[in-house]
Design a protein around this ligand. Structure first.
Ligand SMILES: [Mn+2]
Length: 343
């Protein structure tokens, strides 16, 4: 299983990017990416993202052995347990063109973004923009199908298997090329026999999971609330978890979107505990507004504590619709959360 961790350590005033990356690579062989903040920012920090070390001892040893190149003399590296947010740029920064949202996220301090449907852009264009900004793409969705006809995915639609395979192959090629580790597979809006749809869904997912496994990619299944998406195949996390168990592939997981699950089921903390082994990703938004998570009926501080309590180490997707400018709305982090790089 791949998780993500982040370190913050003081920027080396007399180093260059290449030298520093070599140093880091030598002690963190699973290094995925390294982002160096420009030297002209006096309090700049270097952020690096690496595969998680499941062994806490090893993590501690790695941090402690970081070489000290500080021009100001020995300085202990600072390790800060940061909550790993990924900015959903299909919802955030929506007041500008899609590709510009990557840069906007970076300017706000994000090192991870996720999105819904990036397919209008060639992989190489996306890759260049992400690399230029020093931002990682963490996840994407399969295409929704014919939205105007009310479709929202085809994975559970009998007779559409070939189309699903085509769509999934597309998602897999984008995810693999861009380094995203999760694909949200859209089930579909059901008009006919639910039993037949479930059978199709499970069969398609089992096939897709086996295609994704060699690439280290996990499939996410998300229950959608029936107010926003009537007749979507699955609207409850309890049902998704039972489907995940039926599929019985290790890389198929529940996407626990606090917004949808609060609307349909509530009892969020107990449900996090109950589904802890099946959760592959978490997303947040206020309920019922779907705005910044600082209003409405969910106590997000308690949700974050619950995520810590179940030892959730994955990313938290910010999939909310900002009340105004995204940048202004990010103040919720200072108000309601501890342990973020924004505090
Ligand atoms: Mn969601």
């Amino acid at each position: 299983m791949i998780n993500t961790i982040e370190f913050q350590i003081p920027l080396l005033t007399n180093s260059n990017d290449n030298l520093f990356c070599v140093c880091l690579s030598s002690i963190t062989p699973m290094l995925l990416s390294c982002k160096v903040v420009p030297k002209d920012r006096p309090q700049a920090l270097v952020n690096l993202t690496a595969n998680a070390f499941t062994d806490k001892t090893r993590k501690a040893r790695t941090v402690a052995s970081l070489p000290d190149h500080s021009a100001d003399g020995p300085q202990a590296p600072r390790l800060k347990r940061m909550r790993n947010y990924t900015a959903n740029i299909s919802f955030l920064f929506a007041d500008r063109p899609f590709l510009d949202r990557i840069d906007a996220a970076e300017k706000c301090g994000f090192t991870h973004v996720e999105c819904h449907f990036p397919y209008q852009f060639p992989i190489e264009v996306l890759k260049a923009r992400l690399a230029n900004a020093g931002v990682s793409l963490t996840g994407l969705n399969t295409v929704p199908g014919d939205i105007k006809a009310g479709e929202w995915g085809v994975a559970a639609l009998p007779g559409r298997e070939a189309e699903f395979r085509r769509d999934f192959d597309q998602a897999l090629s984008y995810a693999a090329a861009l380094g995203a580790s999760v694909i949200h597979v859209m089930a579909g809006v059901i008009s006919g026999n639910r039993g037949q749809a479930l059978k199709t869904y499970i069969s398609n997912l089992r096939m897709a999971a086996r295609l994704a496994a060699p690439k280290g990619i996990t499939l996410l299944l998300e229950p959608l609330n029936t107010r926003d998406m009537p007749h979507y195949l699955v609207s409850r996390s309890d049902d998704i978890v039972s489907i995940v168990k039926d599929i019985d592939e290790p890389n198929v997981k529940l996407l626990f979107d606090v917004y949808h699950i609060q609307i349909m089921e509530g009892d969020l903390i107990k449900r996090l505990e109950k589904h802890r082994d099946s959760i592959g990703h978490v997303q947040i938004a206020a309920v019922p507004s779907r705005a910044e998570p600082d209003e409405g009926e969910v106590n997000f501080s308690a949700i974050f504590r619950a995520l810590d309590a179940i030892d959730y180490r994955g990313l938290i997707g910010l999939e909310y619709k900002p009340r105004g400018r995204t940048e202004d709305g990010l103040s919720w982090m200072k108000k309601s959360c501890s342990g973020t790089r924004f505090t």
